[in-house]
Design a protein around this ligand. Sequence first.
Ligand code: ATP
Ligand code: MG
Length: 431
Amino acid sequence: MTNNATKPKLFKGSDLNVNPSQICNQALSIVRRLSTKKFAAYLVGGAVRDLILKIEPKDFDIVTDATPTQIKKIFLSSKIIGRRFQIVHVQQDKKIFEVSTFQSKEMIEETSPVGNSKKIVQNTERFFDGRLSIIKEDAFRRDLSINALYYDPLEDKIIDFTDGVADLNKKHLRILGSPGNRFREDPVRILRVIRVSAKLGFTIPPKIKKQIKKKLNLLKDVSKARLFDEILKTFLLGYGLNALKVMKEFNGLNIFIYDNPSRIRSKNTAKLYDILLASTDLRVWQKKYVSPHFLFAVLLWPSLMEEISKVNNKKFTVRKTLEIASRKLFDKESLLVSIPKRYVFKILDMWRMHLQLLMPNPKSVDVILKHRSFRSAYDFILIREAVGEDLQNLGVWWTEIQNYVGIDHENGIHKKNLKKASYLLNTEFYN
Ligand code: ATP
Ligand code: MG
């Protein structure tokens, strides 16, 4: 088995489409700086994988045998992050790069606070003298064979201990070690596999699928803040629709979207999510901004409708009903993921504004059009109509009204004879 290989496969980067010209200058300069200080430094992970596949990398991660403290000394604008696995955020021209130290027993001893007495082994030559075993150990601690490739842009060399290049050619997802154990060690790896499969279009092999099904529930034990970040990476990086399909296959939506346990998500909910993620992916590809609050505001909408129908007090205004229902929903949602407060406020603001758009009052149109939540509340009307809800053509109405800039809306635009906003909430639609 490849796991026992003592020697790596070596490739010329240029033979695999990888050239220094494809690496952003700042990442190259970090590698060069480390190298002039006699440290080994490589690009690693998703960037190498993506370049081989001719995909534009999302970011450039760097790994080195310099310890976090040494990295920090070399780069003035840098910060050590994390406790157990320290990485250094190095800032270059306003961009942040993750620079980490090889994860191997030797390096961990050298870098751990209690291991201070041990001297750092300076790498005076380049890696070949004695560094290979450290790189090998680092490689097998990574999640997938295709994520464990090291590229030295100064020598145009790719180091492959895990047969990652062969797996890339075969479109094969292979977890390093036993999938069950690796998911138990860190359940976030489940989301990482889903993400990479969605991004590259590689199918998840049956053995891994089986383990995902078994271990999916462990994601509930992951820190809720980390889970939130991972969900954003899964759905806001341009491959959200694919990721959603895979998540649904594993019944994974309840990990991060609160829903009444006895409810089976309806066809309309499925359609809402599909349209949301298709339009989100499109925006990413168009290099437009995508916002975490919009994602969650729409994902949580069917559950909000259920909470609203449970409030069921005719004396309350729609606005008051929304406040009560959303508070209840966020209480339940916070047991699953921790949505940062600033986003919770934005979600509430968007829902409130959405209500206002459902009952347009020509007197307040000017103010509404300038409101910070107008855009998202309006986009949501278009999405709901695309799903098939009858919102009395409010999408067209709000689209047109935006073109009448500077005119007197009160007199210039006829008042629409609308049904009540509560009716337009269609609380039953997503049942
Ligand atoms: P992306 O294109 O999304 O950046 P990536 O694979 O580079 O994908 P990162 O989160 O940037 O993902 O991580 C960099 C590398 O670190 C990974 O390629 C992988 O080798 C390793 N890694 C990250 N998270 C884990 C984990 N939970 N378990 C094992 N290895 C991990
Ligand atoms: Mg990366």
